[in-house]
Design a protein around this ligand. Structure first.
Ligand SMILES: C[S@@+](CC[C@H](N)C(=O)[O-])C[C@H]1O[C@@H](n2cnc3c(N)ncnc32)[C@H](O)[C@@H]1O
Length: 273
């Protein structure tokens, strides 16, 4: 079985199979870091993961669902493309994880049956959707406790806005439609409230160096959010409760932000958006 896994040369996540080829070597550190930022907070909300129902939306080859399944959760990974789900099925069989379920389905298609969950992971997908409001509303209906959102945001703008972006559907990591939206912090807070999450937190990890090294900048950056049903309060360094009216938090200092604003103004003057 591991020979089939090793024959594939474009794994997007670092599964613990010796000799596995990652599409990009830095994925080996990137994904564990992302897991380390929000999983402790998720556990603070729902407790022990054993038996918890966890949905990994747009899971690609389903590493996050796999990690939750390894901790005893009943994990479901869904992705709109069959190829990554076929890779994930090899991993499921290799590790004999009966508590990991895999589905191919477009999350924008409401007729795809999902079930109900304690925890929903919404990673690397918000900025690849044409209609994130409807998708988050549906996830709010089926998530009983907590949603964790990891997404690129437009980080300079305070207003709740979605910016329209064109991206090619041929790339496996992209959306299924060629027109997608990128939110601001305020838009994420507002959409999560609208979807039924009572409290929304932005997590600003102390060590953000991996995100800076990859492709975050003062104008567009990787951001962590937790939405909670009920009134449980999350407290600690780098944890900020936010609403649509909160000033945007930025991982870069004021000088970088001024430079980013100036670059954006020049681009706009040149008619480039
Ligand atoms: C950037 S990858 C994110 C993978 C993983 N969630 C992570 O954070 O590492 C985006 C994934 O979303 C999937 N995807 C894009 N649009 C989707 C949709 N409408 N429904 C389900 N999956 C979608 C893509 O096939 C791709 O595997």
């Amino acid at each position: 079985m591991s020979s089939e896994i090793l024959a594939i040369k474009d794994w997007r996540h670092p599964f613990p199979v010796e000799g596995l080829s990652l599409t990009r070597p830095w994925y080996g550190a990137w994904h564990p870091w992302r897991l380390s930022v929000d999983q402790p907070l998720i556990k603070e909300v729902v407790g022990d993961l054993k038996g918890k129902r966890v949905l990994d939306v747009a899971c690609n080859d389903a590493w996050y669902a796999f990690r939750y399944a390894q901790e005893g959760a009943d994990a479901v990974g869904i992705d709109g493309r069959p190829e990554p789900i076929e890779r994930a099925a090899l991993i499921k069989n290799h590790f004999q994880l009966d508590n990991l379920k895999l589905l191919v389905g477009d999350i924008e298609d409401r007729s795809v049956p999902l079930g109900t969950f304690d925890v929903t992971l919404f990673y690397g997908i918000l900025y690849h959707l044409a209609d994130p409001i409807t998708v988050l509303k549906r996830l709010g209906d089926i998530t009983e406790s907590v949603i964790s959102v990891q997404t690129f945001i437009h980080a300079l703008d305070p207003a709740p806005e979605l910016k329209l972006i064109r991206e090619p559907v041929e790339e496996e990591a992209n959306g299924l439609t060629n027109l997608v939206t990128v939110p601001t912090q305020a838009a994420v807070a507002d959409m999560l409230n609208f979807a039924g999450f009572d409290r929304v937190y932005r997590i600003m990890p102390n060590d953000y160096s991996l995100a800076k090294k990859n492709n975050s900048n003062a104008a567009e950056q990787w951001a962590f959010f937790i939405g909670i049903k009920g009134q449980k309060e999350l407290k600690g360094p780098g944890i900020f409760e936010i609403t649509r009216n909160s000033p945007p938090l930025n991982h870069f200092g004021p000088v970088s932000q001024v430079v980013a604003r100036a670059k954006r103004a020049v681009k706009r003057l040149l008619g480039k958006f």
